[in-house]
Design a protein around this ligand. Structure first.
Ligand SMILES: C=C(O[C@@H]1C=C(C(=O)O)C=C[C@H]1O)C(=O)O
Length: 357
């Protein structure tokens, strides 16, 4: 078939796609009216996941799972904005990995507020200046982000979803010749994680590695100096139109960060596979066996604990601790709700949400 004919057919399909998308949006608008009337939350991650799973099972064409997900996550984000414009606060700066995680989930139509600290993200959602907040909670190479746990302990915000994201670094530069590059800008940690790539490309001592505060800053500088490059997130390079020369230059492919989406209300709908997060403040926690007997109740109810972190309670003069616990199951599952009820004085439920990692 001739190119012209192929393109005519593509145009015809696009016309149909546009019409179908608009039809979809009319229905979404109705869903939005129902939600406003019945005070139901706009963002329903379990419904979105169910749609993705159903389409994945149905699919027998050229699109792979990631492609379907990317296209539909964008459609969902546009839909949610038609229901009610969404405003997302995240730990900035723009171009950070948290920004990338937020955009993956909320699409390019949402309004984004980059904030300077995890505390500011909590406050902004708490005071209704944003509908949701996105913060990192743990990295599989570097452990938990204590600041996020501490603010979860001190605030009324809830966890509405988790976003696991593989951390990939890009090498971006205006230079057309690699050997012209004399300086590379990035965060310290990024240099460590891309050491092999840099050594392979430049050998030892041939290029100056200059640490800066954020990878977005690195991009800004590299944009001014064509003899330099930045090691940064994909989104940061794209944002400043700095050409990416190499993608995924990190030494280890296992570098994953988990982010949390914070909201003001707990998601009540169950999905096929949920997890829950609770905070536990044991009364008289210094009594021997107190924690063990608490955990025993979970064990007896057949609840699988997947994480337990302890943080200082920061109240009173004793060494009291708050436990941050993740387990499989939804708070509405009978075996879970019984244990939560038994310990209701000690437990604060932070949320039940789809288990993605
Ligand atoms: C339309 C809805 O609202 C949102 C948008 C969805 C969609 O575009 O399909 C799915 C779930 C919600 O996050 C809904 O709840 O059905």
């Amino acid at each position: 078939m001739e190119l012209k004919e192929l393109r005519t057919q593509i145009d015809q399909i696009d016309d149909r796609l546009l019409q179908l998308l608009n039809e979809r949006m009319s229905l979404v608008k109705e869903v939005g009216k129902f939600k406003t009337k019945n005070k139901v939350l706009v963002y329903q991650p379990d419904r979105e996941k169910a749609i993705l799973d159903r389409l994945g099972d149905l699919n027998d064409g050229l699109l792979n799972e990631q492609a379907i997900e990317a296209i539909f996550l964008e459609i969902f984000a546009v839909s949610r904005n038609i229901e009610l414009p969404e405003r997302i606060a995240y730990l900035g700066p723009e171009g950070s990995f948290t920004h990338q995680a937020a955009e993956n989930r909320f699409g390019s139509m949402s309004e984004y507020l980059p904030l300077g600290s995890i505390q500011a993200v909590f406050e902004t959602v708490d005071t209704h200046r944003a509908n949701y907040g996105v913060v990192p909670i743990e990295n599989n190479q570097q452990g938990v982000v204590n600041e996020t746990i501490d603010y979860l302990v001190g605030s009324d915000l809830k966890i509405v979803a988790e976003i696991p994201m593989s951390i990939h670094f890009s090498f971006a530069t205006k230079s057309e010749k690699l050997r012209d590059i004399t300086k590379i800008y990035s965060k310290d940690i990024a240099f460590r994680q891309c050491k092999k790539f840099i050594d392979d490309l430049y050998g030892k001592n041939q290029v100056e590695l200059i640490p800066v505060n954020s990878t977005s800053k690195a991009v800004e500088i590299a944009l001014q100096d064509s003899k330099s490059a930045a090691i940064c997130s994909h989104i940061a390079a794209r944002q400043y139109n700095l050409p990416i020369l190499f993608e995924n230059i990190e030494d280890s492919r296992d570098n994953q960060t988990r982010f949390l989406i914070l909201g003001r209300e707990i998601i009540k709908e169950k999905s096929k596979k949920d997890k829950s997060t609770i905070l536990v403040k044991l009364t008289n926690s210094n009594e021997p066996g107190k924690l063990a007997s608490f955990l025993q109740d979970f064990h007896q109810a057949n609840i699988n604990l997947t994480k337990i972190e302890s943080r200082p309670a920061k109240k009173g003069k004793n060494f009291n601790y708050v436990f941050f616990i993740d387990f499989d199951g939804h708070f509405l599952d009978e075996h879970v709700s019984e244990v939560l009820e038994k310990h209701k004085k000690e437990i604060t439920l932070l949320g039940s949400y789809i288990k993605l990692c």
